[in-house]
Design a protein around this ligand. Structure first.
Ligand code: HEM
Length: 466
């Protein structure tokens, strides 16, 4: 890959490409001894940090890949110049954003993300093919680091087994549509191409807007804003969310509400309802291109499975309100409206997603009782150069907004949330797109998380470890 001026060896590998391993361990740690930690950060951790070239196709990879990111309290502890990096969401932390994000406060949160929010100084991401490899790296890391860090919380995540590999717990293929940064990857058909600064801090396009929108919480200034803050360049903000998925409950909703289209069996009607909630079939085939039945050939074909805009095919007819082929509220249409906001597509609200499922498969007992007993979900990871223009914007201004673009079309049925209140969604029934469904439960329950900054390798070497 040729990179327009990007110093790929300086950029952590999870950001632009993703570590994409079947097992991933998230270690949320506190720094107990700053001086020792800084020394070990440089001597022990930095040599293990996986840079972007090592995750490019065909690269020789170590057994276990490692990335590291720091929270605002972590950067404060490390005593860097301007730990805020000019990002008010990062500085405030995710807990402060809970209600704005639609969570019913922090009632459902993992306790450590609430009680220890100021003590979680960073997160280490370990990715490998096997849990044994992850544990081996973890053990040697812990013995090298001794007690200069404290484990506060951890999450072992893993791709689902067998044919479900790559699919999230509701059953849908994930990881299809991520933006490419300009000049780096050759974009696949339909892939969004965004300025490098949309994902990487301090690159062209970072906060490259002259009028801050009214919903924004502060006046912005470009980062890095002064010479002493150059260390933030080529880092990226990492949003972590532990999103619990109520899979048996989701499946029951589909079984109870099949789309009644004469050509479809009840099972096919239920499958169609689920596909229209996401905007893709389980195979990954977009409902916009395959409106009534799944098409695995289309779903697997990376030249075709992302090549659509929601505009009337063959036209540049953007801003359509037609829902016959895909609901306006479908998860992928809410989170990337493509031509709906006009062409060329906006390049301001894109994130690179690198999440992975956690938790076991649904048990027979859970399936027969339609009730979740063991927690499972998505360890959601998103990278962007500005949290309020990236993750928060997608969640708050689009997914949680029933009036986004078309009044009263409803919430994103997957992630849209209103602090636990009942949600409605229209457009799911192609035979009557104004029919409204009530979603009595949130099938995705936020267990909270934190905002982190994933710095460049040179920032680790020259700023964070000194
Ligand atoms: C795409 C599931 C949470 C943003 C997708 C896809 C699936 C999916 C199946 C389609 C595959 C793909 O295009 O790569 C889920 C589930 C979630 C979840 C089950 C929660 C448990 C989120 C959150 C956000 C988000 C919290 C951001 C606020 C996106 C975006 C896309 C996407 C931007 C790509 C849309 C496109 O480019 O067409 N998600 N997702 N997702 N999701 Fe999620």
């Amino acid at each position: 890959a040729s990179a327009v001026g990007l110093n790929l060896t300086d950029i952590q590998g999870d950001i632009l490409i993703g570590m994409k391993k079947n097992k991933e361990f998230f270690l949320f740690f506190g720094i107990s001894n700053v001086k020792t930690f800084k020394a070990k950060l440089r001597s022990t951790i930095l040599p293990l940090v996986t840079p972007t070239p090592e995750v490019l196709p065909g690269a020789t990879q170590p057994n276990t890949l490692l990335n590291i990111a720091f929270s605002f309290p972590g950067l404060v502890a490390l005593n860097v110049t301007d730990p805020t990096i000019g990002d008010v969401s990062f500085t405030g932390g995710q807990e402060q954003a809970a209600s704005n994000l639609g969570d019913p406060g922090t009632t459902n949160w993992v306790p450590q993300f609430v009680n220890d929010a100021n003590s979680i100084h960073g997160v280490i991401l370990l990715a490998s093919d096997t849990v044994d490899n992850v544990n081996a790296t973890l053990n040697s890391l812990q013995s090298e680091l001794g007690d200069c860090i404290t484990e506060i919380y951890s999450l072992q995540a893993a791709a689902r087994p067998g044919a479900e590999q790559g699919h999230e717990h509701f059953g849908f293929l994930d990881g299809i549509s991520n933006p490419a940064v300009v000049g780096f990857q050759t974009p696949l058909p339909g892939q969004a191409v965004v300025p490098t600064g949309q994902i990487l801090v301090g690159e062209p396009g970072d906060q490259n807007i002259t009028v801050r929108p009214s919903w924004a919480k502060v006046a912005f200034y470009p980062h890095p804003s002064t010479d002493s803050e150059q260390w933030v360049k080529d880092g990226s903000f990492l949003v972590f969310r532990q999103l619990k998925q109520l899979v048996p409950e989701f499946n029951k909703f589909l079984t109870d509400n099949p789309i009644r289209e004469p050509a479809l069996t009840p099972q096919q009607g239920s499958d169609l309802l689920g596909a229209r909630m996401i905007g893709r079939w389980k195979s990954g085939a977009p409902v916009f291109l395959s409106p009534f039945f799944d098409n695995a050939t289309l779903g697997n074909d990376t030249q075709l499975n992302n090549d659509f805009t929601y505009a009337v095919p063959g036209t540049n007819n953007s801003n359509t309100t037609d829902q016959s082929k895909c609901p306006v509220s479908a998860h992928i249409r809410k989170t990337r409206p493509r031509a709906d906001l006009g062409l060329p597509e906006n390049t301001t609200h894109h994130i690179v997603r690198g999440g992975i499922p956690y938790g076991p498969e649904v048990t027979a007992a859970e399936a027969s009782s339609n009730t979740t007993e063991i927690e499972r979900g998505l360890a959601f990871v998103a990278y962007q150069s500005d949290i309020s223009l990236g993750f928060e914007f997608l969640q708050e201004a689009w997914a949680n907004n029933p009036n986004f673009r078309v009044p009263n079309t409803g919430y994103d049925p997957i992630i849209g949330a209103d602090e636990g209140a009942q949600r409605f969604v229209t457009g799911l029934d192609p035979t009557n797109t104004s029919r409204s469904f009530t979603l009595a439960t949130d099938f995705v329950v936020s267990r909270g998380g934190q905002y982190f900054f994933s710095p460049s390798l040179s920032a680790i070497a020259n700023t964070l470890s000194v």
